[in-house]
Unconditional design. Structure first.
Lengths: 138, 114
C-alpha cells in the first residue's frame, strides 16, 4: 500500500532538506524523523504534520497540510544559530514545490507561515519551530 | 391613516438579518478558529499530551473559543520556552479578518436576496 499524504510528505521533507546545500552547511546530514539517543547538535527534526482532507467535487482527493520543522541548536551557539537554521529551512521550502517530491502525490503549493525561536528547558540551548502550509493532491 | 407599501418586506428581511449573520460569520469563525488551533499545535514545543489540550469549541452565538491548554501561559511567558500563541495569531490575523468580512457580506446578501 502506498503511503498516505502525511508519511509521503515526511519522506519528501527529509529528502528536500538533506539535498539543500544552505541547510546542510548548517546541520550536515542531521535531518531526522526521530533523532538517535546521542544526537549531535545542531539538527533538524520533522515536527507535527496535521493533515485535513479538502472537500472536493468528484473523485479527486486533496489535502490541506500544516506542518513544522523543528530546529535544535547547540548550547553555546545561542539564539543566532537556531534562527539562522530556521531561516535556511524557510528559504529551502517556501514556494519550492518542485523541491518536494511526494511519492504518489502532487504538491500544489507550499508556503512558510511563521517561525518561533525560544530557549530550551535546559536554559542553554535553543530550539525553533518553522511552520508551513501546503496543499497536496493525488 | 395610510400604510407604507414595502416596509413589511424590509422589516421581514431585517428580522432574518441577525440569523444570517450569525450563520455565515459563525461558519467563518469556526474555520478560522480551526486553522488557528492547527497552527498553534504544530508550533507548540510540548509533548503530545500538551498539544492535545489545545482545542477549539464553536459557540451557539457564532463565536469560536480557542483553548490553548494549561501550558499556554508557561510556554508564552518571557522566561520560558518557545511562544506559540502569538506567532499563530499574527500569521492568521489578516486572513481571518478578511474571511469574517466576506462572511458578513454574504450574510447581508442572503438576507436581502442580493
Amino acid at each position: 500500500m502506498a503511503d498516505g499524504p502525511a508519511l509521503a510528505l515526511q519522506g519528501a521533507l527529509v529528502a528536500a532538506l538533506s539535498a539543500n546545500s544552505a541547510v546542510t552547511a548548517l546541520v550536515g546530514a542531521r535531518v531526522y524523523d526521530e533523532p538517535p539517543q546521542a544526537v549531535t547538535l545542531p539538527y533538524l527534526r520533522i515536527g507535527d504534520i496535521d493533515v485535513q482532507p479538502f472537500r472536493t467535487d468528484g473523485g479527486a482527493k486533496a489535502w490541506s497540510v500544516i506542518f513544522a520543522i523543528e530546529v535544535h541548536s547547540r548550547p553555546i551557539a545561542g539564539r543566532v544559530e537556531a534562527t539562522r537554521i530556521a531561516e535556511a529551512v524557510a528559504v529551502a521550502l517556501d514556494e519550492q514545490e518542485s523541491a518536494l517530491t511526494v511519492a504518489g502525490h502532487v504538491v500544489e503549493w507550499v508556503f512558510h507561515l511563521t517561525q518561533t525561536v525560544g530557549r530550551e528547558a535546559d536554559g542553554k540551548s535553543y530550539s525553533a519551530a518553522v511552520a508551513f502550509e501546503a496543499s497536496l493532491s493525488e | 391613516m395610510k400604510s407604507v407599501s414595502g416596509a413589511d418586506a424590509v422589516r421581514r428581511k431585517l428580522s432574518i438579518l441577525d440569523d444570517r449573520i450569525v450563520k455565515h460569520v459563525g461558519r467563518a469563525n469556526a474555520q478560522s478558529g480551526g486553522e488557528l488551533v492547527r497552527i498553534a499545535k504544530v508550533l507548540h514545543p510540548g509533548d503530545g499530551t500538551n498539544k492535545a489540550a489545545i482545542h477549539g469549541t464553536a459557540n451557539a452565538d457564532g463565536s469560536y473559543l480557542c483553548d490553548f491548554g494549561p501550558k499556554a501561559k508557561v510556554t508564552e511567558g518571557k522566561n520560558a520556552p518557545r511562544p506559540f500563541v502569538n506567532p499563530a495569531l499574527t500569521v492568521t490575523r489578516k486572513k481571518h479578518k478578511a474571511r469574517a468580512a466576506r462572511a458578513m457580506k454574504n450574510g447581508v446578501k442572503e438576507a436581502f436576496g442580493g
